[in-house]
Write a protein that binds this ligand. Structure first.
Ligand code: DQA
Length: 149
């Protein structure tokens, strides 16, 4: 496992405000807490992670392109871009590594504009509605995929 490239964990717009932003929906956990949770989980699985957040669609696209060469897997919470971004869809379509789409909230219980995802058709799997635990489950899933092939 140690020879594996890192798993990229990418978070999209407004997720830098986790902990302060609509806590009744997203909880009180901050993005720094999530990064720590994810790093600890990765450590138990023998994986390395590279956690990043951006409010800019193009920056997320650039990082997804970078993952083609530099990552073994990708965990992506594209936040609101999930529902709008064809550019992120197209970048993900070029990847040859496991991609797990994560949402903290259950997007299907919410407004109808959140029910459509441009990410899901090009993701290996989707985890939503399980809070920040979803990020840990996504790492578990990637670990299983990488170790059973
Ligand atoms: C989200 C759900 C999206 O609809 C929303 O725009 C977000 C966060 C989630 O993690 O539940 O910013 O991706």
């Amino acid at each position: 496992m140690s020879s594996l490239k890192p798993i990229y964990v990418l978070n999209g717009p407004n997720l830098n405000l986790l902990g302060q932003r609509e806590p009744e929906i997203y909880g009180r956990t901050t993005l720094a807490d999530i990064d720590k949770l994810v790093s600890d989980k990765a450590g138990t699985l023998g994986l390395a992670v590279d956690c990043r957040q951006s409010n800019h669609e193009g920056e997320l696209v650039t990082w997804i392109q970078e993952a083609r060469e530099k990552a073994s897997g990708l965990v992506l919470n594209a936040a609101a871009y999930t529902h709008t971004s064809i550019a992120i869809h197209d970048a993900l379509a070029t990847l040859d590594i496991p991609v797990i789409e994560v949402h903290i909230s259950n997007i299907f219980k919410r407004e109808s504009f959140r029910h459509h995802s441009t990410v899901s058709p090009v993701a290996t799997g989707v985890i939503c509605g399980l809070g920040v635990t979803g990020y840990e489950l996504a790492l578990d899933a990637i670990h299983r995929i990488l170790t059973t092939n």
